[in-house]
Design a protein around this ligand. Structure first.
Ligand code: CO
Length: 463
């Protein structure tokens, strides 16, 4: 049986371990090798990479993609996209989503992994359609979560609908690293039996289940697994590439990757990992196993956000109460998967409920928008009383929120004038206005070198 690998070192491993601070120049020398080694794909763009390029690295994300493409002509380049949210936190109108997808493919992307935080497929439809129109592969990703309403049947149902939409593959996306080996085996098997598309498994090592789960994924017939080269693996990152290649080859799987080439890649990344450990960018704690997510059912990134938020308010002693409140808020919101932006939304509301001493005394504007239906359809029933408290006599919307949004691309392009040199610039601006504007102005001043050496963590993303 054949199994293939997606290498995540340039995106998810980079994002999960070192807050996406690896610059193009740091990894450029290994790209030709990564291109030749035989990966199914290289996950190298999307997620937080775009934001980080503009905000911290003074890099044009589009130029980064073109440069990777030039050095990797033979391996599929992959990105992560949150459907109608693209790479940000709000819904964009369809003209922007279509242009973003079109330009991503034009600049070098082969596979776009597309998901919606609520698994509301209306929010990935347009991105999937445009991806396929431009001749790229659209991988439909199902956010895996655990709740009283999420079960095998529900996931199979989502996968079947995705297949009808025309996606090229189905990915089980376990952003929190909480899928167990048994659940992985059963889910992969069920999906293989119900859809005729390649099945991909994405998980994290956070809770220590990752390696076992990927082994079970392979045994159940998964076509592709996501792994990270060993020195950037483990902890909040993916399970190690070489270890799985070794173990699965020994079990008789047919694998294109060979350990000698992988060693060269690992040897290249080791000094980068060591540098990050030395300058503090990589905290050794995130490399260890953290089983709290198994008790609290909250992903690691969300837990550290809560700790940071409570510490800032001098209320860290309330952590246990907040962690008990989190599943109650999640229930009130109809059991959304705890992935960005839902993880932040649920966490902040739970903390607010405890700190103010009264549940929903203060309700964030995001939770209000959510209850109004602006993020899509909740997986389960939302708390009707809470919804009424927020909306009064107004009815929640039942249509796809983006149907209510006016096109903005051409208008924004006009407004930007000379500041934007290309349609790609306009998209950068729409996605991250303040960061893009600063970047454009810096770019116009010749010979400016990127700021480096300092960093600060922004809100941790869970994807
Ligand atoms: Co991930």
């Amino acid at each position: 049986m054949k199994i293939q690998f997606t290498e995540t070192v340039l995106r998810d491993a980079n994002q999960s371990l070192i807050a996406t601070r690896m610059s193009y120049n740091e990894f450029a020398p290994i790209l030709e090798k990564l291109n030749k080694v035989g990966y199914y794909s290289l996950e190298c763009w999307g997620g937080a990479t775009f934001d980080s390029c503009l905000r911290y690295l003074n890099e044009d994300p589009w130029e980064r993609l073109r440069k990777i493409r030039a050095k990797c002509p033979d391996t599929k380049l992959q990105m992560l996209l949150r459907g109608q949210n693209l790479l940000g936190y709000r819904h964009y109108p369809d003209d922007v989503v279509r242009m973003f997808v079109k330009k991503s493919v034009e600049n070098g992307i082969d596979i776009i992994r597309i998901f919606d935080a609520l698994n509301d497929l209306r929010n990935i439809e347009v991105a999937v359609d445009e991806t396929l129109k431009n001749g790229a592969m659209a991988s439909g990703a199902i956010c895996f979560t655990k709740s009283p309403i999420h079960n095998l049947e529900m996931y199979v149902g989502i996968a079947k609908k995705m297949e009808q939409m025309g996606v090229s593959s189905i990915c089980i996306k376990d952003m929190a690293g909480i899928i167990s080996p048994r659940e992985t085996f059963e889910l992969v098997k069920a999906l293989k039996e119900s859809v005729s598309l390649p099945i991909i498994v994405h998980t994290h090592s956070t809770t220590g289940l990752g390696l076992m789960s990927l082994l079970k994924a392979a045994e159940a017939g998964a076509d592709v697994i996501d792994t990270a080269i060993s020195c950037f693996s483990g902890g909040t990152s993916q399970p190690p590439t070489e270890t799985l290649v070794y173990a699965l080859k020994e079990q008789g799987f047919d694998i294109d990757l060979d350990l000698n080439s992988l060693k060269e890649i690992n040897d290249f990344f080791k000094p980068l990992r060591n540098k990050a450990l030395k300058n503090g960018l990589l905290n050794p704690v995130v490399l260890t196993t953290d089983t709290d997510a198994l008790n609290y059912q909250v992903p690691g990134g969300m837990l550290s956000n809560l700790v940071a938020q409570l510490t800032a308010q001098g209320k860290l002693d309330k952590l246990d109460e907040v962690l008990r409140e989190t599943p109650r808020v999640r229930e009130d919101l109809g059991y959304p998967p705890l992935v960005t932006p839902m993880s932040q939304m649920v966490g902040v509301q739970a903390a607010t409920n405890i700190i103010t001493g009264e549940r929903y005394k203060t309700i964030s504007k995001e939770v209000k928008a959510y209850l109004h239906g602006e993020y899509g359809k909740a997986p389960g029933e939302v708390n009707k009383e809470l919804q009424k408290k927020v909306l009064g006599d107004t009815e929640p919307i039942t249509c796809r929120y983006a149907d209510l949004l006016e096109p903005i691309f051409e208008k924004t392009k006009k407004e930007l004038g000379d500041l934007a040199k290309s349609d790609e610039d306009v998209l950068s601006y729409i996605a991250f206005p303040a960061q893009a504007e600063k970047f454009f102005k810096n770019r116009d001043k010749k010979g400016d070198s990127p700021s480096s050496g300092t960093f600060s963590y922004s809100i941790e993303r869970v994807d």
